[in-house]
Every structure is written in structure tokens, then in C-alpha cells.
Design a binder for this molecule. Structure first.
Ligand code: ADP
Ligand code: MG
Length: 248
């Protein structure tokens, strides 16, 4: 579905990544995990055209494209809600700007507000609700784009454990029942192991894939699986090793 080759981005004469390659096939759940500052968010920004690549090629369903633009729904690491719009109006922006059927969009938004525990807060402004609620509203808005490919940059990081679990199930549902392809950035190893089909361990900047782990087993997975637990230890050691190496 998406193939990236030789992607390069340089900030202040320093490569954030150089010659980065990644292929994501349809209906997979790809998870990127790596040290803070390694270039994960910049990678999504380059994919979606928020910032330009310095080199490299992007192919969507076999055809070269400059960037994904409208082909993907992108949930940025910051919630980017418009402060003067209510939560509901923020979630309806994709329908308004894309010229969709507003009546249907309202009904879908209402279902998502309920599913994500936001019912009753439709008319609140972003500054009147918690960070976790803003993050959930940003997730609603992302889903309202109704795209086959969804890019999520740490989408559940501001949530409490119970809400996070419920939204993890929602993401699994999106993939399994609605045939979506997801690429998610997280720093949470547990979350990565519970959700990923393809888990990419990334190196420190310049970002490169240091290992791809293919996970099997029906989702939602559970942590009473000894194989998953031992994988968690190995991954944590690898990520920790990277950070120790940098700070030496
Ligand atoms: N607009 C920018 N100008 C200069 N440097 C930037 C800019 N955006 C990000 N960087 C740098 O690029 C690196 C990767 O940042 P980022 O992609 O946000 O990392 P991550 O999401 O993995 O934590 C960091 O060193 C950061 O300081
Ligand atoms: Mg980031």
C-alpha cells in the first residue's frame, strides 16, 4: 500500500533520517517505537507533506506521489484543535472542508463521541476539557476523515489506563472490521506489543530501522502470554541500550 525508499530529511545540516526505507502492506498495523528525538514525528510530517523531504521516493499503491496529503488521515502528536471551535465543531472540520454530507457526519461524530467517552462535552471548548479529552477529540477528528490509511503519533499518551485500554480495542476494531491500515508511533512497549502486526524498533537519530519484529496471535492480545513478556524484556533492553549509548 505504502512504500518509502531512500527518504532523507535534514535539519540544520544534520540528517534526522537518511535513506530511510519502509513498506507497509494493506490492513496491517505497523508500530514505530524508538527513543525520543530520533525523528518519528518528522517522518510522519514528511509522509504527509507537512514538511518537505530532502530526498527519497514515496509510492502509494504502486504509483509515485510527492507526499500522502489527503490519502491518509494524520493525528499529529499535538492535538491541534482550533481553540475557538467546540469539540463537536472541531470533529466536523473534515466534513466541512471536504464537502461531505454534514448530516451523516454529525451522526458519525455523535457515535464516536459516545464510543470515546466524550458524550455531553460536544459544546465545550478545547480549553474547558482535560488533555486526555482533547486527545480523544483529535482522534475523533482523525477518524472522521474516513481514510484507508491512518497515521497516529502517540495517540493515547495522555490517557488514563482504563480509557487507553478501551481505545486500544477501538484501534483493533478499525483494523479488523473496517479494513484500515494503521501506522502508529508510541513510546509504550506494552501498547506496541498488544497492537502491532509489524513492530519496528528504531535507532537514535539519524533514525533507521534496527529491527522489524513480526507479531502473530489474535488481538486483543494479553500479557499472560509468556512469549510476549519475554519479548517486552528484550525490546526494553534494546531501547535502553541505545539511550545509554548516547548518554555515555
Ligand atoms: N522544525 C525543526 N527544525 C529543526 N530541528 C527540528 C525541527 N523539528 C524537529 N527537529 C529535530 O529533529 C529531531 C527529531 O524530532 P522529532 O521528529 O520530533 O522526534 P521524535 O518524534 O522521534 O521524538 C530532533 O532532534 C528535533 O530537535
Ligand atoms: Mg514525536
Amino acid at each position: 500500500m505504502l512504500s518509502v525508499s531512500g527518504l532523507t530529511k535534514v535539519f540544520d545540516q544534520q540528517p534526522v533520517f537518511s535513506g530511510f526505507d519502509l513498506t507497509v502492506t494493506r490492513n496491517r498495523f505497523a508500530v514505530l517505537i524508538g527513543p525520543s528525538g530520533c525523528g518519528k514525528s518528522t517522518f510522519f510530517d514528511v509522509l504527509t507533506g507537512v514538511t518537505a523531504a530532502d530526498a527519497g521516493q514515496l509510492c502509494w499503491q504502486g504509483k509515485e506521489v510527492g507526499h500522502l496529503g489527503e490519502l491518509a488521515a494524520y493525528m499529529h502528536q499535538k492535538d491541534l484543535l482550533l481553540p475557538w471551535f467546540s469539540l463537536l465543531d472541531n470533529s466536523l472540520l473534515p466534513a466541512r472542508t471536504g464537502g461531505g454530507d454534514l448530516h451523516m457526519a454529525r451522526s458519525r461524530a455523535s457515535q464516536l463521541f459516545s464510543r470515546l467517552g466524550l458524550s455531553g462535552y460536544e459544546e465545550h471548548l478545547p480549553h474547558q476539557v482535560s488533555g486526555g479529552m482533547r486527545q480523544r477529540c483529535a482522534l475523533v477528528r482523525t477518524l472522521m476523515f474516513n481514510r484507508d490509511l491512518i497515521l497516529l503519533d502517540e495517540p493515547l499518551s495522555a490517557l488514563d489506563a482504563i480509557t487507553r485500554k478501551s481505545l486500544q480495542s477501538l484501534l483493533v476494531l478499525l483494523q479488523s472490521e473496517f479494513d484500515r491500515t494503521l501506522i502508529m508511533i508510541t513510546h509504550d512497549v506494552d501498547e506496541a506489543l498488544l497492537l502491532a502486526d509489524d513492530l519496528y524498533l528504531l535507532s537514535v537519530k539519524p533514525m533507521a530501522i534496527r529491527e522489524k519484529i513480526v507479531l502473530h496471535g489474535k488481538k486483543p492480545r494479553r500479557f499472560d502470554d509468556p512469549e510476549l513478556l519475554s519479548m517486552k524484556d528484550t525490546i526494553l533492553q534494546k531501547l535502553q541500550g541505545d539511550i545509554d549509548h548516547v548518554s555515555c
